[in-house]
Design a protein around this ligand. Structure first.
Ligand code: 5AD
Ligand code: SF4
Length: 460
């Protein structure tokens, strides 16, 4: 569901309290929404996917680009109407705003949207049940101070088996926040500084996920490969060491991690791609731009050549790796020549997949203060050219898979009878027509054709 619109036909009152969570943005938000749902279930809120059933609507917001942030206010406008209509029937509606917009613009939301009862930032989600309880007592709660306590502390407590059965593939947060301060990005401000979750907590959660039937774990972090910790052996561990260790857990069949920064791809992590069959041959490694001048202005602290050398090292140890990236067109000062450098880099890398965006000036970031902002139509034109190239590469990559036999982790029933949907090692979904296939199995399938962002396969 994209928008929250009340359905006037539904008027029955549920017995227990229900929460509807709407999630925008990144995978970290998806994970956080699940955790918030878990936490609220402990205080009697059942989760619903129908907004009309909800007593509490929680919007988990994204602040990364202006467009994403603006969605909040239009949603809140709809909820305002809904709350008024409900009040006329004597039924309550509570509204909460979480996520990065809450963190960055809490006061503004409070001022612009009287409908909101609770505003809570990402570093204080462990206080959510208490915040909701206070709001139910009539208080308007704003929790956007950076928490001084351990922001991971709340995770294990709510991580009960019953809440874990969410499928065979799950996220596991190992790291939060960012200290890189790319000049275009709000994340260091909305999510705070880099924090790594301790090894013991990660292992506990990994084991619980496996017990709950999870076979594939994706380690999550805004800067996941900046993760570091002290291993049980007393040594200082990087993400690579953690992956080697997790690969030893028998129940785990597949490992992934996202999102990475080129500067944190160390030798151990690269070697993990060589040594661990469980580590899937897919890597999201954003570069943002191909011109050294722009990379410098973005404070990426590496050159295009550094990135290319890194790609070579990774492909050397894992030739079949599928590469993905993020790109921004029209960063302040970007000339036609700078943009051509991005196009050349993309030509050289050959991506399997990518995300690309027009630069969006974010208040409070150094990029917004720069001169020479690029006109919107130029940003758009560059984006269009870049996306055409990336789309061509994506199609080529998918075509190259046709005829190959590969492992598929079966995730769910398909849209039609005798059909299942699984995941290829390269993250692309695979649709398989076959009877009696068990969810959670890893089967051998032969890729027969490509669909729109999916593959079709037959049992091999
Ligand atoms: N404008 C456009 N794109 C942005 N991103 C982050 N901040 C901005 C911005 N201000 C993109 C980057 C990042 C991805 C998550 O979003 O490409 O890697
Ligand atoms: Fe943002 Fe850069 Fe940190 Fe990624 S590395 S979250 S783009 S500041």
């Amino acid at each position: 569901m994209d928008q929250i619109a009340p359905n006037k036909d539904i008027e029955q009152r549920p017995n227990s309290k229900k929460v509807f969570v709407k999630t925008y943005g990144c995978q970290m938000n998806v994970y956080d929404s699940q955790r918030m749902t878990d936490a609220l279930s402990e205080s009697g809120y059942e989760s619903t996917d129908t907004v009309d059933d909800a007593d509490l609507v929680l919007i988990n917001t994204c602040h990364i680009r202006e467009k994403a942030a603006e969605k909040v206010y239009s949603q809140l406008g709809r909820l305002q109407k809904m709350k008024k209509a409900r009040a006329a029937n004597g039924r309550e509606l509570m509204v909460g705003v979480a996520g990065c917009v809450a963190q960055a613009e809490g006061a503004e939301i409070a001022r612009r949207a009287p409908v909101v009862d609770v505003i809570i930032g990402p570093t204080t989600y462990h206080r959510l049940p208490e915040a909701i309880a206070r709001a139910r007592g009539g208080e308007r709660v704003i929790e956007t101070e950076y928490a001084v306590e351990d922001k991971f502390e709340y995770l294990p407590q709510i991580n009960r088996e019953k809440t874990l059965a969410r499928g065979v593939s799950a996220f596991l947060t190992v790291q939060e926040g960012c200290d890189k301060f790319c000049t275009f990005c709000v994340v260091p401000y909305t999510r705070g500084s880099e924090v790594s979750r301790p090894v013991a907590q990660i292992l506990t959660e990994a084991h619980r996920l496996v017990e709950a039937g999870v076979r594939e774990i994706t380690l999550l972090g805004q800067n996941v490969n900046a993760w570091h910790g002290e291993g049980p052996d007393g040594r200082s561990w990087s993400l690579g060491d953690l992956l080697y260790h997790l690969a030893e857990i028998p129940g785990i069949a597949r490992l992934r991690y996202t999102t990475s920064h080129p500067r944190d791809m160390d030798e151990t992590l690269i070697n993990a791609h060589r040594d661990l069959r469980k580590l899937m041959p897919y890597l999201h490694l954003p570069v943002q731009a191909g011109s050294d001048r722009i990379l410098k202005a973005m404070n990426r602290r590496h050159t295009a050549a550094d990135y290319m050398a890194l790609i070579d090292r990774i492909r050397n140890v894992r030739p079949d790796i599928a590469l993905s990236g993020d790109f921004i067109t029209g960063f302040p000062g970007e000339t036609d020549e700078d943009f051509e450098a991005t196009m050349r880099l993309v030509e050289e890398v050959r991506y399997a997949q990518a995300f690309s965006f027009k630069y969006s000036a974010r208040p409070g970031t150094p990029g917004a203060e720069l001169k020479d902002h690029v006109p919107e139509d130029v940003k758009a034109e560059r984006l269009e050219r870049l996306q055409a190239l990336l789309f061509r590469q994506q199609t080529e990559f998918q075509q190259s898979l046709v005829g190959q036999t590969t492992d598929v982790l079966v995730e769910k029933p398909g849209r039609f009878a005798d059909q299942v949907v699984g995941r290829s090692p390269w993250l692309l979904p695979v649709i398989i027509d076959a009877k009696d296939i068990k969810i959670g199995d890893i089967i051998q399938a032969r890729i027969s054709k490509t669909g729109t962002n999916s593959l079709h396969a037959e049992i091999a």
